[in-house]
Design a protein around this ligand. Structure first.
Ligand SMILES: NC(=O)c1ccc[n+]([C@@H]2O[C@H](COP(=O)([O-])OP(=O)(O)OC[C@H]3O[C@@H](n4cnc5c(N)ncnc54)[C@H](O)[C@@H]3O)[C@@H](O)[C@H]2O)c1
Length: 261
């Protein structure tokens, strides 16, 4: 068991990629903390874990709120006496053509996707520093890496805010890795390509979802969309001692974007 008794906080862990990550961590013996804004989904996920005998707890936390982030870390430390892993996964998108986008599109995306990573990492650092160990894994996106914009086939278009936030997450990863390495904390990042979740399907019509899949089948080197397990296993790698000599890195998990390779 690679995460036996490790305390792992997963932001946005109540659904999609975060929930799949929590499942993978639980299978490796971790104590699971789901931090999310969706109370119903938190309760369902925690109940599911407890039914399987996994120690799990849920916290309502808006990552874009600094007080929420600090409250979360304080109460997890009080409950379990340690925090070993933070996965900064919570994210949102608002796709709108750049010329039409307003602050109502830009601000929430930057607040959750970039500032949320800053707040949660800053809030968890003292607890990890005190124990001279910790793993922070940030979730960026292919769109934050300069891969083709989101308005290719089957996508709704207009990703300026999202791509900017996700590119920021990559640079934040490298700067945090530098600043936290003296205290034994590694900080790495995963940049997912296409994975079918509420996030990716709610921003598209059913026809756009089908076009999106078809486009990926044609253009990805691996000719298919990835499964959530295939992504969670990479996040697990960065959260475990398998990656003990790796920090400040971003790994693309995208089936081989032929527009970049
Ligand atoms: N699905 C994809 O194809 C894809 C691709 C690249 C990157 N990503 C990134 O992966 C992450 C997870 O995406 P997903 O597809 O699982 O999305 P999802 O919508 O299925 O899940 C996101 C979770 O985050 C929670 N959340 C939203 N705002 C929050 C906030 N302010 N504070 C705390 N929790 C909040 C939601 O309630 C939800 O449970 C995001 O950062 C997203 O940008 C996803």
């Amino acid at each position: 068991m690679r995460l036996k008794d490790k305390v792992a906080i997963i932001t946005g862990g109540a659904s999609g990629i975060g929930k799949a990550t929590a499942d993978a961590f639980a299978a490796e013996g971790a104590i699971i903390v789901i931090a999310d804004i969706n109370v119903t989904a938190i309760d369902a996920a925690v109940a599911q874990f407890r039914k399987k005998g996994v120690t799990a707890t849920g916290h309502v936390c808006d990552v874009s709120n600094r007080d929420d982030a600090h409250r979360l870390m304080k109460s997890v430390d009080a409950e379990f006496g340690r925090i070993d892993i933070l996965v900064n996964n919570a994210g949102i998108s608002r796709y709108r053509a750049f010329a039409e986008a307003t602050s109502d599109d830009w601000d929430p995306v930057l607040a959750v996707d970039l500032k949320g990573v800053f707040f949660c990492s800053q809030a968890v650092a003292p607890y990890m520093r005190a124990r001279k160990s910790g793993r922070i894994v940030n979730i960026s996106s292919a769109l934050g890496t300069g891969a083709a914009p989101h308005n290719t086939a089957g996508s709704p278009g207009g990703s300026a805010a999202y791509a900017s936030a996700k590119a920021g997450v990559i640079m934040l990863t490298t700067t945090l890795a530098r600043e936290l390495s003296p205290d034994g904390i590694t900080v790495n990042c995963v940049a997912p390509g296409s994975f079918l979740t509420e996030f990716s399907s709610s921003t598209r019509t059913p026809q756009q979802v089908e076009d999106h899949l078809e486009y990926r089948r044609k253009h990805l080197l691996l000719r298919r969309v990835g499964t959530l397990d295939e992504l969670a296993s990479v996040i697990l790698f960065f959260a475990s001692d398998d990656s003990s000599y790796v920090t400040g890195q971003t790994l693309n998990v995208d089936g081989g974007r032929s527009d970049r390779i």
